[in-house]
Design a protein around this ligand. Structure first.
Ligand code: TRP
Length: 351
């Protein structure tokens, strides 16, 4: 069997460079390698409603933003299927059947869900829909028979839960669903990029993101304000590289060619780190290098963005066409699932 790839993002805001190195870049590479039967990329609007049911406009507005981010990064609708989750009602139906295969205590033990609940201070107002989103994610993945799911490492617990649901389903009702595997970026620093302020997570609500849509000036400003080593005060002071976000970003983004281009007195990033640790290398210089590197990555993305911003209807057409295709595939899986469970009444009850 050839690979079937599925992945997606919640449309709660524009995508940032953490999304880019954590998963988007991987997806574009996988798309261009072409080692798959079908590749789906989904805008998970229904999942995003779990904590935005009172702010639907935000989700609606961000569908186009995320779609434009995708297309600007190089996802190509001629090679892959882009779609909107809520356009596929079969996913909701699958979720409902899978709900019986998962316990509430297992859901609340999911580390990512646990962290998100804490972050949102839900306490006793935790919506049922929110805690159950890993089940709907299992529906997203299995509906398309996906075996590979390129994601950032915060999504690993979701893939693990999907695998458990698949195993539970298959052992109860017979081999029906495909067990998926997560695909993480090879470069470990890319799996969870910290925020510009040094916080372990880059997040919109934390105000520590660099967005794919940020212009050059904004990127320069954000880089200049980045967290480094608080004890590296004078240029001559020895500096720390661990936990220094500027170096973490360089690890994630900079190629050797870029180092040679923007800091020709060094041969590679290691030499720059050594110099910084020894003392004598100022933050501003390293930050300028990083700003150049980031802007080089972001310039072609910004150019494509400008095109799609001016052609939004073209983007909506891509999404709706993709959704029509995805719906058909999901229906086939739903038929298979109902058959396996023996609730395909129209086929079996009337002789
Ligand atoms: N949970 C993912 C996020 O927060 C979005 C998502 C929904 C997803 N369904 C998925 C990712 C299926 C991969 C596979 O961004």
């Amino acid at each position: 069997m050839k690979n079937i790839i599925l992945t997606g993002d919640r449309p709660t805001g524009r995508l940032h460079i953490g999304h880019y190195v954590g998963s988007l870049k991987n997806r574009v590479e996988m798309q261009n390698e072409g080692n798959f039967d079908t590749m789906y990329v989904m805008i998970a609007d229904a999942q995003a409603l779990g904590d935005n049911h009172d702010n639907i406009q935000k989700i609606r507005n961000n569908i186009i933003e995320v779609a434009i981010d995708y297309l600007s990064c190089g996802l190509d609708p001629n090679k892959i299927t882009l779609f909107i989750q809520s356009e596929i009602p079969q996913l909701t139906e699958l979720t409902f059947y899978y709900m019986n295969l998962v316990t509430l205590s297992r859901l609340t033990r999911n580390p990512t869900v646990k962290e998100e609940i804490k972050l949102r201070n839900f306490e006793t107002s935790l919506p049922v829909g929110f805690v159950t989103y890993p089940i709907s994610q299992a529906a997203d993945i299995t509906a398309f028979n996906a075996n590979l799911v390129p994601v950032g490492d915060d999504q690993l617990p979701m893939i693990e839960q999907t695998r458990e649901i698949v195993r539970a389903f298959n052992s109860l009702y017979g081999e029906t669903l495909v067990e998926p595997k997560a695909v993480l970026p090879k470069n470990e620093v890319c799996r969870r990029l910290p925020g510009t302020d040094g916080n372990a997570k880059m997040g919109k609500s934390l105000g520590n993101c660099i967005y794919l849509a940020d212009d050059e000036k904004t990127v320069n400003q954000k880089v200049m304000g980045m967290y480094t080593d608080p004890n590296h005060i004078k240029v001559s002071d020895p500096g720390k590289v661990e936990g220094n976000v500027v170096f973490t970003y360089l690890d994630a983004f900079a190629t050797n060619e870029q180092i040679k281009k923007y800091a020709p007195e060094y041969n590679n990033l290691e030499e720059i780190k050594e110099h910084y640790k020894r003392g004598g290398l100022g933050d501003v210089k390293v930050k300028k290098l990083l700003a150049n590197v980031l802007n080089e990555v972001l310039t072609p993305i910004r150019e494509k963005r400008a095109y799609y911003e001016a052609h939004k209807n073209e983007v909506y057409d891509i999404l709706f066409k993709g959704s029509d295709k995805a719906k058909q595939v999901a229906q086939q899986t739903l038929d298979k699932v109902k058959k396996a469970m023996g609730i395909n009444y129209r086929d079996i009850l009337k002789q």
